[in-house]
Design a protein around this ligand. Structure first.
Ligand SMILES: Nc1ncnc2c1ncn2[C@@H]1O[C@H](COP(=O)(O)OP(=O)(O)OP(=O)(O)O)[C@@H](O)[C@H]1O
Length: 647
């Protein structure tokens, strides 16, 4: 059985609907150890035939058999494997990869083998030594002469130990001396049992082989044996596979370092967008944290006020005044998970304080509860004793400039109330100042029993306008518990428990801050869109620049998927580098700003969480991979023959 057999190969090119028949029925058989020269007029279809034999072109009629097995119905992947294992290409214009050293150019074919990196380097070096380039292995192709370049191409073609070497005008660009040396090498390769197929215009080259095949008019018009072919079986070849992911990463990294300046600029551009997003999120955390810190240093976050009635939300006091929380409601609230205790509360509006003939108006009179932090009481104590009052500092100052001395003094407290008969009248009581607390909210506070007593004195009953629920555990429990309370049905069977007081304002405030921060981060995110477009453009340019390289890699048996992977790896690396550098810079700037601001505010105003950094990195990688979709797809679809002929 012949190593390679062509049966009635026909091939036409079409210009519009017009058919140009190039190959009109070629049948040939080739064996191991042959050095065949294919001669014929220019444009006669020699390269076309070689592309078919080499598995670069599968669009033809007739059949090619390798060891009796037809290639005709092979899939793209099988043809990739065929090129990888069976074919070694040598081109007239060398087709070396410019950004790799010549060692790299040979080694790239071995990346698809099972050899370790050290073994690959060893084999590539040996092959380069064999073609006489042992001293030049670290040079780049542009530092070599034409003859030297062609010897690199020969070493590369031999790297994967293929059975067939296809050399399309291997000496076309060389002088006489180099031609002789290359021919000698090709003959040596045939003598090792490989089939060497050369396309040539030169009779001298043709005379060097074991057989000359001549083509005319798309057919074989002569097939002459010049001497015996070499009677040697070739070695078993090596185990080969498509590029592995790590290899595509390595190649993408090499390519990036070759175009270092350009890639650094792209990384910088991408990093600006990621930095803005991470930094905005960190600033948002800081501002939210700072505001909460300020508020929670004055009120107890784990204590929430609950009232009843649709309009009782927020600080709507008139609605709160009408609200009446029943004992049944209170027992329901006590049953809510994480509610530690429930305190009754009541309130009145427009309280007046008279001391030494001087009257001051306050805003709200409220029963003392745990929303007031005891550490904000700077003078005196809580108003737990009957008929005592706790004053906010702002109100106390209005009564007496030396407000601290008010503690222990008796003061007249009066406030309006809506009587049982619907009439508004005034209640008055002399109370003792128990203490003064430091708060932004001007609430005058007495105990529930004190207020109840005043009502009783006036023959009125005190309604429980609200209750204070103490929530167990950390601040994190507050919001979920508030939600559970809001979802409860009250004694009238409706869902009308409301959260009031500062706690509800804090959570509303937090929602607004988060919203504002997310809007800012989204605006910063627009720069990510710009960087995505930049990546698309850069990768398209990269595909255009590397068209020839893609052709070379495909000829070596690199699959379409590998080519796609190369560009995805490049995009992924760009995304990782830009987002990691953006994260580092964001943390550095956070450190700088927080240290600089530490004198003015005792709080870290920028708080980038690990979650923010991971979010930035993941977003960058996703955006870059999405941006790579089109260019990578385009690169994978490139036709290897057209790519090889790209300038
Ligand atoms: N992609 C293509 N589309 C259309 N026509 C093509 C294409 N490739 C080759 N041809 C035509 O097919 C014919 C054979 O080309 P081919 O390159 O195989 O010839 P050749 O014998 O190798 O020529 P040369 O000795 O000059 O290299 C030429 O007329 C060429 O113009």
């Amino acid at each position: 059985m012949a190593l390679l057999e062509l049966k009635d190969i026909q091939k036409s090119y079409y210009l519009g609907k017009e058919e140009f028949k190039v190959l009109k029925g070629i049948s040939l058989k080739f064996n191991h150890g042959e050095f065949v020269s294919l001669l014929g007029e220019s444009g006669g279809g020699k390269s076309t035939l070689m592309n078919i034999i080499g598995g670069l072109d599968s669009n033809y009629q007739g059949d090619v058999f390798l060891n009796g097995k037809s290639l005709k119905h092979d899939t793209d992947k099988q043809l990739d494997e065929y090129r990888r294992k069976t074919i070694g290409f040598i081109f007239q214009n060398f087709n070396l990869i410019g950004h790799m050293t010549i060692l790299g150019n040979v080694q790239v074919a071995l990346e698809m083998s099972d050899l370790s990196h050290a073994e690959q380097v060893k084999r590539a070096t040996q092959l380069l030594e064999r073609v006489g380039l042992g001293e030049h292995i670290h040079k780049h192709p542009n530092q070599l002469s034409g003859g030297q370049k062609q010897r690199v191409a020969i070493a590369r073609a031999l790297a994967s130990d293929p059975d067939i070497i296809i050399a399309d005008e291997p000496t076309g660009a060389l002088d006489a001396q180099n031609t002789d040396e290359i021919l000698k090498l090709l003959d040596e390769i045939a003598s090792e049992g490989k089939l060497v197929l050369t396309v040539t215009h030169s009779d001298k080259v043709a005379a060097y082989g074991t057989r000359v095949v001549h083509m005319a008019n798309g057919q074989i018009d002569s097939d002459k044996k010049l001497r015996d072919s070499y009677d040697k079986e070739p070695s078993n070849g090596m185990k080969l596979h498509p590029l592995r992911m790590i290899d595509t990463f390595k190649m993408a990294f090499q390519q990036m370092s070759y175009n270092l300046k350009r890639n650094l600029l792209i990384i910088f551009g991408g990093a600006i967008g990621i930095f803005s997003v991470i930094f905005m999120l960190g600033l948002g955390n800081g501002i939210k944290g700072y505001i909460n810190h300020q508020i929670y240093s004055q009120i107890n976050p784990n204590s929430v006020q609950v009232t009843k009635g649709k309009n009782g939300s927020g600080t709507d006091t008139s609605a709160m005044l009408k609200s009446n929380v029943t004992d049944k409601d209170i027992s329901k609230l006590k049953d809510v998970k994480n509610v530690k205790q429930v305190e009754k509360g009541a309130m009145a509006v427009s309280p007046q304080l008279t001391y030494n003939g001087k009257t001051t108006q306050g805003q709200i009179l409220q029963t003392y509860n745990s929303t007031i932090l005891s550490n904000t009481i700077k003078q005196g104590t809580k108003p737990t004793a009957l008929n005592t009052v706790l004053l906010p500092k702002s109100v106390a100052q209005k009564i007496k400039s030396n407000y601290k001395s008010l503690v222990g003094k008796n003061i007249k407290l009066s406030f309006a109330f809506l009587g049982n008969n619907g009439q508004q009248s005034l209640m008055t009581k002399s109370v003792k100042v128990s203490g003064i607390y430091d708060s932004a909210s001007p609430i005058i506070s007495v105990s529930y029993d004190t207020l109840k007593g005043i009502y009783k004195d006036n023959k009125q009953t005190l309604k429980t306008n609200f209750v204070t629920a103490d929530i167990k555990g950390g601040v994190a429990n507050v919001n979920p518990t508030q939600d559970k309370i809001k979802a409860l049905k009250s004694s009238n069977g409706k869902k009308d428990f409301q959260i009031t007081g500062a706690g509800s304002i804090v959570s509303t405030l937090n929602t607004y801050i988060s919203l504002a921060v997310n809007v800012l981060a989204a605006i910063a995110g627009i720069s990510l869109l710009v960087s995505a477009i930049m990546i698309i453009v850069v990768l398209y340019i990269s595909v255009a620049e590397r068209t020839k390289e893609i052709g070379i890699l495909r000829a070596l048996g690199v699959t379409k998927g590998n080519v796609r992977g190369l560009f995805f790896s490049e995009a992924l690396l760009l995304g990782l580098f830009s987002s990691i550098s953006a994260t580092i810079v964001a943390y550095l700037i956070q450190w700088g700003i927080n240290s600089a601001a530490s004198g003015a505010i005792d709080y870290s105003i920028i708080q980038i969480t690990p979650g923010n950094a991971i979010f930035g990195i993941v977003i960058a990688v996703i955006i870059n991979l999405l941006a790579a979709l089109l260019p990578a797809g385009r690169a994978a679809k490139l036709d290897p023959i057209e790519s090889l002929s790209a300038e």
